[in-house]
Ligand binder design. Structure first.
Ligand SMILES: [Zn+2]
Length: 325
């Protein structure tokens, strides 16, 4: 992902965005990966260039208002990475509020009321097609979502059976691994399924056990996004922040930066869109001062681009995800 590093560095970036030397790519030529600001939990929206949408986890509470603000009126794919409440708490409300075509989980049940409520909601919805998480490739428009292998169900705990997803749009790659910890991350590196990525969702909300040096060497992320809120666990832990800052150009966190959107292009370039209020206040980023200043220019320009997209976005014909066995 060397091209991305060039794109997001130094004078080139300022010239590209601030002076309008090169216009942003036309509508329909980018994938958008949005880390919703759901407090302590995960909810990640993937929008294909053609308009299809996938939601990976749904936070503690309902992310429906955030999804509606992003003009999501249908979810082609809904994924529960694992049955902990900070990932599935808002899922029943999503299912009851927005049409869902495919639902995927790791087939693991839980005894909590949150899980039981979700299971009962799903049982009543025969219109939703269930997919079990197993190694397969799912087409979301022109975006490919690769489902990684899981450890055996009886061999480990909930976090270490989080569904792992590799999202590919040309050279742009995002990695979403739920709350995977050292055991599962090591399994994936041993299986050689961790690619060089553009964007990495920090596993387990930036916990000390949500990364390994081998995993980060394989992933070599440009951007690390930490989905985290007020919590009693100490997330994100200092050692994780240090590792991510060493591994990536940019480290962002929803508790400081708000909603984070990465706009990815087929050639591997990317743009970062953060919450406008946070930018205007000059608050909350773990970026270094140089990178922060540069990305402020980038973000302001890209935010205008997003608004223009909303007005001109066509209503694409949707096709079902292709599930290769
Ligand atoms: Zn979690």
């Amino acid at each position: 992902m060397r091209f991305s590093r060039v794109f997001c560095s130094g004078i080139l970036l300022v010239a590209f965005v601030g002076c309008g030397v090169t216009a942003p790519a036309p509508v329909g030529e980018s994938v958008r990966v949005t880390f919703l600001d759901v407090g302590q939990g995960d909810a990640v929206l993937i929008r294909a260039p053609e308009g299809q949408a996938a939601l990976v986890d749904a936070g503690w509470g309902s992310p429906v208002s955030s999804l509606r603000a992003l003009d999501v009126d249908e979810l082609d794919l809904l994924v529960a990475t694992h049955p902990h409440a900070d990932h599935i708490g808002g899922m029943a409300d999503v299912i009851n509020s927005i049409p869902v075509r495919f639902y995927m989980d790791n087939s693991q049940t839980h005894t909590t009321a949150t899980y039981q409520g979700l299971a009962s909601t799903l049982q009543q919805r025969t219109d939703i097609t269930y997919l079990i998480a197993e190694p397969r490739s799912i087409s979301l428009g022109s975006v490919e979502i690769e489902v990684l292998p899981l450890l055996p169900i009886a061999s480990t705990d909930f976090n270490n059976r989080s569904i792992g997803l590799v999202v590919r749009y040309g050279e742009f790659v995002a990695f979403l691994g739920g709350d995977s910890e050292v055991e599962e991350l090591s399994f994936w590196t041993q299986q050689d399924v961790v690619p060089d990525v553009t964007v990495l969702k920090a596993s387990h909300h930036g916990s000390y056990n949500g990364f390994t040096s081998e995993f980060l060497e394989d992933a070599e992320p440009e951007i690390v996004a930490i989905s985290v809120g007020t919590n009693t666990y100490g997330h994100p832990h200092a050692e994780a922040l240090e590792a991510y800052t060493s591994a990536a150009e940019t480290v962002l966190r929803t508790d400081l930066d708000g909603q984070i959107t990465i706009v990815g292009y087929k050639d591997g370039r990317y743009e970062v869109v953060l919450d406008q209020e946070v930018i205007a206040m000059g608050q909350g980023s773990s970026l270094g001062s140089e990178a922060k200043g540069l990305c402020l220019v980038q973000i302001q320009a890209v935010a205008g681009f997003v608004l223009r997209n909303k007005k001109t976005r066509p209503n694409p014909a949707k096709s079902p995800p292709r599930c290769a066995v």
